[in-house]
Design a protein around this ligand. Structure first.
Ligand code: ATP
Ligand code: MG
Length: 550
C-alpha cells in the first residue's frame, strides 16, 4: 500500500491540530450507493485514506444511504471492491448511515424539544416562495411557531406513516433572514414511503444529507470531515447541527468539515447521473465498460491502482476548481505500464509474407524479452518460419525516404529475428496487395555474425502457422473534445470503440488471463478483457497509446 507523499492544505490543518494536542486523526469516505465510483471519487479516496495513513490515523468507509429511492446493494458491493482495488483498507467493517436512523430520529426529537425544529406544511412551491433569494431575506413559515407538543405529535405521526409523501417536513428553526440560504430553516427530515435497501419498510421518513452527515461523522468519532467545495456554504449548517446536539448526544468527537476542489477531467464525465444514463440507454455495455471513467471501467481497461494513486498525488489537493488534462492520467499510466507490462507481438491488420529462401516446414523458436526494463524477468519463446504476418501499414509500394518500414527492394529487421528484404508484391485481380515475397539474411539473428548489421526500420511480426486470432478493441474518449452547451448526449464520440477482428498474435498468448496487461510492441498498451475474452477467442482492450498523440 502506498502512502501519498505530497503534502496538502488539509495535512497542514492536521499538522496544526496535532501540534495543539489532537491525537486521533480519523477521516471517512462517504459515497452514496447510487452508482459506481468514478475517477473523481478516486481523488477523494486517495485524500481521505491517504491522510489517515500518513497520520497514523483511521479512515472509515461509510455508505451515505439516506435516499432510499436511488440506492442499491449492487452499488454497495462495487464500491467496496473499488476501494480495495485502489489499495486501501477501511477501519473495521464498512458503515452505513442507515444504521444510525434511530439516532438521527432521536436527535430530531431533541431539536424539537429544544424549540429548534418544527413541522412545516408548506408545499415545495410555497417553500420556494418563502425562502427568499440571494439578495432578499426569506419569510417565516406560518407553521414556525407551533408548540413543542404539537411538533412532537406531528413528527411522530410523520414517522408512523400518517401523511403522504411531501405533505409535511421537519425543518430546523434557524434564521429566515440569514445571508446563507442553507441556514433559512433548512429541511432536515422528509417523508418518503419507499423501500430502503437495508432497512426495508421500517422507515417512511428519511433525514436530509445536511442533517445526517454531521451526526454520522460525530457518531463515528471522525475528526476531519473532508468534502468537495460545493458544500462550503453548508458548513455553517454542519456546525449548527453539531453545536446543538453535542451535549445531548455525547458524541465521541466534534468533527469539522473541510472542503477541497473536485476533480474535473477534460473529455470525460464525472457525474454519476450522466454515467448512469449511458448505462441505462445501452450506449456502453455496463458501468465497467472500458471507456467509462469509472474505477471498474478503468480496471477493465487495464489501468493500474498505482497509476491512479500517482495521478491523484500529482494533481494535488486545492481549494479552487480547475480542470485537469486527461493526458496527465495517461502519463502516470504509461510510466507504470512501461515499467511493468509484459511485451507482446500482435499484428492488428495482418499482411502475409512468405520468406522464399527459408526452408519449408522448419520452425525455430526465438527469445523475446519479457520487459527490457526488468531484464531479470528473462524472455519468452516465439516461433519463426517461412510464413509470417506483418502490419499492413508497415509496407508501402511507393514511399519517400522518410518511410523506414518495408518497401520493394528494401530491408527491415524483424524484431527478435532476422533482416528481410522485399522481393515481390503479390496482388489479387483488383490490385489489392495480398502477400509479399521476401528473402532473409540467415546471419542476422541475435548471437550471429551479422546480428548488429544496421537497417533503418524494425517491425513487429507474428509467425503464421502458429498464430492465434485476437479481437482488439481500440478505445477513445466517450465525448468529443468540442463540447458546447446543451445535452452531453449530443457530444458522444461515434468512434469511441473500434473493434478490430482477425488480429494475429503469438501462441503463448493463449495463456493470457483476464486483466493481464501487455505492451504490444510499437502499438500501445492493452489488457485482456474480463467479460468477453476466452482462451479460444482472445479479446483485448486498448489501455493507452504508446505516446501522447497531442
Ligand atoms: P455525483 O455528483 O456524481 O452524484 P457525488 O459527489 O454526489 O457524485 P458521492 O457518492 O456523494 O457522489 O461522493 C462520495 C465522495 O466523493 C464525496 O465526499 C464527494 O465529495 C467525493 N467526490 C465525488 N465526486 C468527486 C470529484 N469529482 N472529485 C473529488 N471528489 C469527489
Ligand atoms: Mg453526494
Amino acid at each position: 500500500m502506498s502512502v501519498t507523499s505530497t503534502s496538502n492544505f488539509v495535512q497542514a490543518i492536521i499538522d496544526e491540530d496535532i501540534a495543539n494536542g489532537a491525537k486521533d486523526i480519523y477521516t471517512r469516505f462517504p459515497p452514496e450507493p447510487n452508482g459506481y465510483l468514478h475517477v473523481g471519487h478516486a481523488k477523494s479516496i486517495c485524500l481521505n485514506f491517504g491522510l489517515a495513513q500518513r497520520n497514523n490515523g483511521r479512515c472509515n468507509l461509510r455508505f451515505d444511504d439516506t435516499n432510499p429511492v436511488k440506492e442499491d446493494t449492487e452499488y454497495v458491493d462495487s464500491i467496496k471492491q473499488d476501494v480495495e482495488w485502489l489499495g486501501f483498507k477501511w477501519e473495521g467493517e464498512e458503515r452505513y448511515a442507515s444504521d444510525y436512523f434511530h439516532t438521527f430520529y432521536e436527535c430530531a426529537v431533541q431539536l424539537i424539544k429544544d424549540g429548534k425544529a418544527f413541522v412545516c406544511d408548506l408545499n415545495a412551491e410555497e417553500m420556494r416562495e418563502y425562502r427568499g433569494t440571494l439578495t432578499e431575506p426569506g419569510k417565516n413559515s406560518p407553521y414556525r411557531d407551533r408548540s413543542v407538543e404539537e411538533n412532537l405529535a406531528l413528527f411522530e405521526a410523520m414517522k408512523n406513516g400518517e401523511f403522504a409523501d411531501g405533505a409535511k417536513v421537519l425543518r430546523a428553526k434557524i434564521d429566515m433572514a440569514s445571508p446563507n440560504i442553507n441556514m433559512r430553516d433548512p429541511i432536515i427530515y422528509r417523508i418518503a414511503k419507499a423501500h430502503h435497501h437495508r432497512t426495508g419498510d421500517e422507515w417512511c421518513i428519511y433525514p436530509m444529507y445536511d442533517f445526517a452527515h454531521p451526526i454520522s461523522d460525530a457518531i463515528e468519532g471522525i475528526s476531519h470531515s473532508v468534502c468537495t467545495l460545493e458544500f462550503e456554504d453548508h458548513r455553517p449548517l454542519y456546525d449548527w447541527v453539531l453545536d446543538n446536539l453535542m451535549e445531548f448526544a455525547k458524541f465521541p468527537s466534534r468533527p469539522h468539515q473541510y472542503e477541497f476542489a473536485r476533480l474535473e477531467l477534460n473529455n470525460t464525465i464525472t457525474s454519476k447521473r450522466k454515467l448512469k444514463k449511458l448505462v441505462d440507454e445501452g450506449i456502453v455495455d455496463g458501468w465497467d465498460d472500458p471507456r467509462m471513467p469509472t474505477i471498474s471501467g478503468m480496471r477493465r481497461r487495464g489501468y493500474t491502482p498505482e497509476a491512479i494513486r500517482n495521478f491523484c498525488d500529482m494533481i494535488g489537493v486545492s481549494k479552487s476548481n480547475s480542470r485537469v488534462e486527461f493526458a496527465m492520467l495517461e502519463y502516470c499510466l504509461r510510466e507504470d505500464l512501461n515499467q511493468n507490462a509484459r511485451r507482446a507481438m500482435v499484428v492488428l491488420d495482418p499482411l502475409k509474407i512468405t520468406i522464399t529462401n527459408y526452408p519449408e516446414g522448419q520452425v525455430e523458436w526465438l527469445d523475446a524479452e519479457i520487459n527490457p526494463n526488468q531484464p531479470e524477468l528473462g524472455s519468452y519463446q516465439i516461433p519463426f518460419s517461412r510464413e509470417i504476418y506483418i502490419e499492413r501499414e508497415d509496407f508501402k509500394e511507393e514511399a519517400n525516404n522518410k518511410f523506414f518500414r518495408l518497401k520493394p527492394g528494401k530491408e527491415v529487421r524483424l524484431k527478435h529475428a532476422y533482416i528481410i528484404q522485399c522481393d515481390e508484391v503479390v496482388k489479387d485481380a483488383d490490385g489489392n496487395i495480398i502477400e509479399l515475397k521476401c528473402s532473409y539474411d540467415p546471419t542476422t539473428r541475435s548471437g550471429m555474425e551479422n546480428a548488429n548489421r544496421k537497417v533503418k526500420g524494425t517491425l513487429h511480426w507474428v509467425e503464421a502457422s502458429t498464430a492465434v486470432d485476437a479481437e482488439v478493441h481500440m478505445l477513445d474518449f466517450l465525448l468529443l473534445p468540442e463540447q458546447g452547451e446543451g445535452d452531453f448526449m449530443e457530444y458522444l464520440n461515434p468512434e469511441s470503440l473500434v473493434v478490430l477482428k482477425g488480429c494475429k498474435t503469438t501462441p503463448d498468448m493463449k495463456e493470457a488471463k483476464a486483466g493481464d496487461k501487455f505492451q504490444f510492441l510499437r502499438t500501445g498498451y492493452f489488457c485482456v478483457d474480463s467479460r468477453y475474452s476466452t482462451p479460444e477467442h482472445l479479446v483485448f482492450n486498448q489501455t493507452v497509446s504508446l505516446k501522447d498523440s497531442k
